[in-house]
Design a binder for this molecule. Structure first.
Ligand code: FAD
Length: 376
């Protein structure tokens, strides 16, 4: 079946595909999102939804700080607050020798001209996080950071993209792409879609889509694990991580504790399945109890994993394909793409509608990763 021609086809109905759809549709383009399963099926629906500029790679900071401003006004952008709470993100030093690590990070950030992070002492840490173990000595804090609700965010981006005119096709996986004149013909399910531009936002499967247009982009993958506990009385506002620990720890509005931070399970990318490694996950629980001794009897009620693409330098790929005219990339977020969601769609709209962007995206070019085929 041949579908009506659109201006842009977006492959992938995760948050980055939806954000692209929203910004492009608002700019007046006819947009269709093609999603193999259902919206939010993979990383975006599994996310811890941390909105973190703290300890970001310097190359990501310009767009991460702009995204943070957008999070502070998210209701004006998507008509819902997405349960965004700007209660800060804190990276704790448990021992005095770790304070040097924090000081070094702070100095590096300041030297690059950024002021959003500060070093706090034991007293300020205790004031902000009264339940923290008394052995913790200092912390870095980004006070305007925070966390949102991933499912509420998905619903809000979907609703506002559709209200702006985007069409979302679920259970519509892309299996082939070919060039026909100045257009791309995309086969998805039993349908053929055509458009002059494509956005590849296919998450862990983005390399497969890139190959269909002739780009060989090596991608690894992550299978980050999460756990959530029973409800407790409110005792914690910021999101807490710790130097040398794979932990991110926060309490939601509902009282549950959500633990993540990048502990890795196992993924079968081809089968679109991922699995919890309980031995590994127990390290997260151990770290949480070391930092918050009062949670040692709390029951874990659910664990899960999500699959997502990882690049060698852990920076995303955002921008045009170097060789496939009209193809744009937004993938490889390497475990920290939720925070960037509002701004990446705006960047893609700049590139597709205006042909360029003032935002700093040079570090995210696909060409830095592309495997050039050696001529025989
Ligand atoms: C457990 C976990 C915790 C995380 N915590 C945080 C956090 O605290 N803070 C943060 O900033 N980031 C976090 N992240 C990362 C963040 O969630 C992701 O970077 C972000 O959601 C990626 O969104 P996406 O749209 O690129 O990918 P996805 O949400 O994976 O969407 C890609 C979509 O493409 C679809 N697709 C694939 N192939 C095809 C095809 N052939 N045709 C059509 N559709 C296709 C898939 O079905 C999928 O729905 C976390 C990730 C995980 C897994």
């Amino acid at each position: 079946m041949s579908r009506p021609r659109t201006d842009t086809l977006i492959i992938g109905g995760g948050l980055h595909g939806l954000s692209a759809a929203l910004h492009l549709a608002r700019a007046g383009l006819r947009v269709s999102v093609l999603e193999e399963s259902w919206v939010g099926r993979h990383a975006s629906g599994a996310s811890a939804a941390g909105v973190r500029t703290l300890n970001r790679h310097l190359a990501e900071l310009p767009i991460a700080l702009e995204a943070l401003d957008m999070w502070h006004h998210i209701e004006a952008i998507v008509g819902d607050h997405c349960a965004f709470r700007p209660d800060g993100q804190i990276n704790v030093a448990e021992f005095s020798h770790q304070v040097r690590v924090l000081e070094k990070r702070l100095a590096m950030t300041r030297a690059a001209g950024y002021e959003h992070v500060e070093l706090i002492d034991r007293e300020e840490l205790r004031r902000l996080v009264p339940a923290i173990s008394p052995h913790c000595v200092a912390a870095l804090i980004a006070r305007r950071d925070g966390a949102a609700d991933p499912h509420r965010t998905l619903r809000a981006f979907r609703r506002s993209a559709e209200a702006a005119g985007a069409t979302i096709y679920e259970r519509c996986g892309v299996t082939a792409i070919e060039r026909v004149g100045s257009e791309w013909r995309v086969r998805a399910g039993r349908s053929d879609f055509t458009a002059p531009t494509i956005v590849n936002a296919a998450g862990a499967w983005a390399a497969k889509i890139a190959q269909m247009v002739g780009d060989d982009i090596p991608l690894g993958h992550k299978a980050s694990m999460m756990m959530v506990t029973e409800r407790l009385a409110p005792f914690l506002k910021p999101t807490v991580s710790a130097v040398g620990r794979t932990l991110s720890f926060k309490q939601t509005d509902r009282g549950t504790l959500v633990l993540g931070g990048g502990l890795q399970g196992r993924a079968d990318v081809e089968a679109q399945a991922s699995f919890v490694d309980f031995t590994e996950l127990s390290k997260g629980a151990r770290a949480a109890v070391d930092l918050f001794p009062s949670v040692d009897r709390v029951r874990v009620v659910r664990t899960w994993t999500g699959i997502e693409a990882k690049t060698d330098d852990l920076l995303p790929v955002i921008g045009p394909s170097p060789r496939a005219d009209g193809v744009y990339y937004a993938f490889g977020f390497s475990g920290h793409g939720f925070e960037l969601v509002p701004v990446v769609g705006a960047i893609l709209a700049d590139l597709i509608v205006r042909g360029s962007t003032e935002r700093q995206i040079e570090a995210f070019s696909a060409s830095r990763l592309i495997n050039e085929r050696v001529a025989a």
